[in-house]
Design a protein around this ligand. Sequence first.
Ligand SMILES: [Cu+2]
Length: 297
Amino acid sequence: MGSNGTPGVDERAAGPARATRPAKRRLLVGTGVVLGTLLLTGCSSATTEQWKRLGLPEGASDRTEAVRSLWIGAWIAALIVGVMVWALILYVVVRYRKRSDEAPKQVRYNLPLEVLYTLAPFAIIGVLFFYTVEHGNQVTAMSSSPQHTVNVVGQQWQWTFNYKDTVDGQEGVWETGTLDKPAQLWLPVNESVHFDLTSPDVIHSFWVPSFYFKLDVIPGRTNKFELTPTKTGTFAGKCAELCGLYHSRMVFTVKVVTRAEYDAHLRELAAKGQTGAATGGQDATTIPGHGEQEGEK
Ligand SMILES: [Cu+2]
């Protein structure tokens, strides 16, 4: 509008553009404030803390630090590589932008560059591999004399926990879950526990997110690990391997309690007559409570 056929820069700057720029800025600031408010008010302090751990839940065992530092370290390494790549991309976009219609000089080989982009990925993989192995070893390390041993049985579609402690002179007590009443795993705080994982039917996976730990439960072999719970409380656990129709209901809770409460709980199980071991398979009749589903599996 109002152009006299000579669209000069001066004319345009004096025209409508000058009027709309502050309006645009106000709109941007307004949107930013609204989004920021929504984002901040939508986050509880627990969520904010979880953001600081880059998504990890609060760790509740002595093995979580190894996983946490590997997780954070991998993100930092990825960010460093990312920033370098973004910087190089920006650099070439600006430095070698199109200046004329003439095609640029074509280059076929650049040996130093080719050596660099062959070696750099190996260096990155090497560093990540080293730390993964080292932290993995810390997580899977086992002591020769754990204070407690639990045989975890994953069966379609719940869990049985066999405590190998001696209770009132009895060797071992157990508890099991049903589809309607998921199992509970009681553990004493600050005492080391050795786990044996076994399955009488298909592959399951024992996963307690707060322990940053997951291990497959495989029929015909015993997978082992050890950890020491470091925080009292109730934590969620689940099966992390699609194991059949009711896989989604293969959940359990971990109750980390004081030693006195742990002992009292084991005595309670013994008083109910749940002594010995319930391991499934030929022993499956000792795992009660699967009701109608038991016949269908
Ligand atoms: Cu399962």
